[in-house]
Design a protein around this ligand. Sequence first.
Ligand code: C2G
Length: 162
Amino acid sequence: MKKIVLTYGTFDLFHTGHLSLLNRLKALGDELVVGVTTDEFNALRGKQTIFDFENRIQIIRNLKCVNLAIALQNGEQKADDIRRYGVSIFGMGNDWEGRFDDLRVYCEVIYLPRTENISSTYIKKLLEVLNRTPISDIKQALDPTKSFVGPFDKQIVRKDNR
Ligand code: C2G
């Protein structure tokens, strides 16, 4: 019998932390089912996203490690999903530690370590800073690398001008 793994997420501004979690979950079984939060569900839980549901699920659906992407419309559908897809393992990142323990009556529940130093929130903050910061300030901040990057930088300009 195939071992099915299930996880849920928003997956806004998809990044390597998301990818690492999904790859590790897939490695625990034969097939990975991923529930992506709908925009309506996010609105209910006060979560704003940059990309809408269709964009977010399209990325998830097209990942090599994902066998099926479904809509996560509310917090009540978990038991139904586990039954419908014959799930053996439900897994989340450990920022959710303990929050899905009620599902242990249906299947194994695991929490995997989150990838450090990357998150959708961090990317949004970074974009805000970049938006507010003049390019000259950003260049200034990169100054320590200038001595190394400089010569290559000029070569690129020269090539472009030819
Ligand atoms: N994640 C991770 N490492 C990161 C960032 C996120 O492992 N650096 C994991 C989270 O722990 C989560 C998954 O990636 O398991 C998706 O994260 P989010 O898109 O932030 O989803 P979230 O809003 O936590 O959605 O009802 C449950 C919700 O749908 C969970």
